[in-house]
Design a protein around this ligand. Structure first.
Ligand SMILES: [Zn+2]
Length: 92
């Protein structure tokens, strides 16, 4: 024990590569515009530039979107206020 078997290592590496390939293939879909294999999360075909609908994509609820926007603004303004306060405090 303790000694590495190069053949076993090679086999393991091949298994890993195959698993990775299978995972990628699972996410491959055909572009409806040109038939090129593209990944299912892509929004644009890299070959023909056609618009793709990513798998599992659901348009955001407008209410949720508005809430997120407001939260983003509040966080941004809070960060600016903290920055200004810290600047004033450190300059004293
Ligand atoms: Zn395409």
């Amino acid at each position: 024990m303790g000694k590495k078997d190069p053949e076993r290592e090679e086999q393991k590496a091949q298994e890993r590569a195959q698993k990775r390939r299978a995972q990628i293939e699972k996410h491959l879909v055909e572009c409806p515009h040109c038939g090129e294999k593209v990944l299912d999360h892509m929004t644009k075909c890299p070959k023909c530039g056609g618009v793709l609908v990513p798998r599992g994509y659901t348009p955001m609820d407008p209410k949720t979107e508005r809430t997120l926007k407001i939260v983003g603004w509040v966080i941004g303004i809070a960060a600016v206020i903290v920055f200004i306060v810290l600047t004033i405090v450190y300059n004293q």
